[in-house]
Design a protein around this ligand. Structure first.
Ligand code: PLP
Length: 357
């Protein structure tokens, strides 16, 4: 039943293998496979695992709790105080930046009789999570070291998420210097020096990752075959692992400009329309409840998306031979992938073993 998203497991595994092998050449010894966009979809997670990731990482406990794997599980989002018991129970490692929360994790870990591993996040300028890199982090770390049920296993940074800051040799070298200072001051060894996400891959491919960075947390590049610093395709990867398919329910020749007095569209927006004369307009049975139209790209270059309401997607298919009942294919942005994987209204079809050219 449509709409459905078709997932090519073989292409996914290929992407993971290529990126993992490039990372290994660049000195990366562990790779967190970031699966939050999959909403816990186990078949795809299994292919990430066979592709060579070393840890499963997600922002949400609900997903981590349900994923079945022998690999260690990593919570990416800074934990809520209200979830610390679940964090120590269902995750092996969590990323942290707040001392009060880390103390609560310590308490929860003691009650659950576990040692909980944490990676402390440093903000190098992107202004999402992490302690500011010029703050008194030595004092911060000293207080963590004293907690008996918490083990500091690494430090990390996140870039190109809020502030669009691109990872460079300069900013990642700051993280390496912080690592050296912490190891020297406390006479400890940090296992993970986590130098970012898919936006760090250009440095990996150019062999410019600073020595000392030994971990990356990769999501989008595996799924969409591109890095996220400049949005360039990775030449050795597939960009069409996920294809969204929707069915045409109406196709008629109509004007392109609405007739009559105009107010707002179905979502309360004032929309500008372009008069392109008569056109062949198809309505597909998919809408904003499934995915926002700006997150879709028709595979057929002749097709143009005109707009959508909650359950209808309208496209211009002038000079094509589509008819009612036909299926149209779309590529998805990362945001679109997140939406369709989360939606219960979009079926998932997993292709395990098909031969790809
Ligand atoms: C989502 C996320 C990632 C993965 O980012 P991609 O751009 O998909 O590779 C890495 N780290 C953290 C903390 C995240 O939240």
């Amino acid at each position: 039943m449509y709409p459905l998203v078709e997932i090519n497991g073989e292409k996914l595994r290929h992407n993971v293998k290529q990126i993992v092998s490039k990372c290994k050449e660049a000195g990366i010894t562990s790779i967190f496979g970031v699966v939050k966009v999959l909403a816990g979809y186990q078949d795809a997670i299994n292919d990430l695992i066979s592709g060579g990731i070393t840890h499963i990482a997600d922002s949400r406990i609900e997903n981590l709790k349900n994923i079945s794997t022998k690999l260690k599980k990593v919570l990416l989002r800074i934990p809520m105080e209200s979830e610390v018991h679940d964090v120590v129970k269902y995750c092996d490692i969590s990323l942290n930046s707040e001392l009060e929360t880390i103390k609560k994790l310590n308490h929860a870990a003691r009650i659950n009789r576990v040692i909980h591993d944490i990676i402390v996040m440093f903000d190098l300028g992107d202004l999402r999570e992490g302690i500011w890199y010029t703050s008194d982090y030595i004092n911060f770390i000293a207080q963590i070291i004293e907690l008996p049920n918490i083990r500091l296993v690494g430090i990390g940074t996140n870039l190109t998420c809020y502030g669009s800051v691109i990872p460079t040799q300069e900013n990642l070298s700051i993280l390496v210097r912080i690592k050296e200072e912490i190891e020297r001051t406390f006479n400890i060894k940090l296992t993970y020096i986590s130098g970012g996400n898919s936006s760090s891959l250009p440095l990996v491919y150019r062999k410019q990752l600073p020595k000392g960075i030994n971990n990356l947390r990769i999501g989008e590049a595996f799924f969409l075959g591109r890095e996220t610093a400049y949005g360039k395709n990775l030449i050795d990867c597939y960009q069409d692992v996920f294809i969204l398919k929707a069915q045409i329910v109406e196709l008629k020749r109509k004007p392109s400009f609405p007739i009559g007095e105009r107010g707002f569209d179905a979502f309360g927006q004032v929309v500008q329309y372009e008069d392109k004369g008569m056109m062949d307009r198809a309505i597909l049975a998919i809408g904003k409840q499934d995915v926002y139209p700006e997150n879709l790209e028709p595979l057929d270059k002749r097709v143009k998306i005109l707009g959508a309401s909650s359950d209808h997607l309208i496209v211009d298919c002038t000079d094509t031979d589509y008819k009612v009942g036909d299926i149209m294919d779309f590529k998805l942005s990362y945001g679109g992938l997140l939406q369709v994987m989360t939606s219960k209204y979009v079926n998932k079809v997993y292709l395990h073993n098909i031969t790809t050219p």
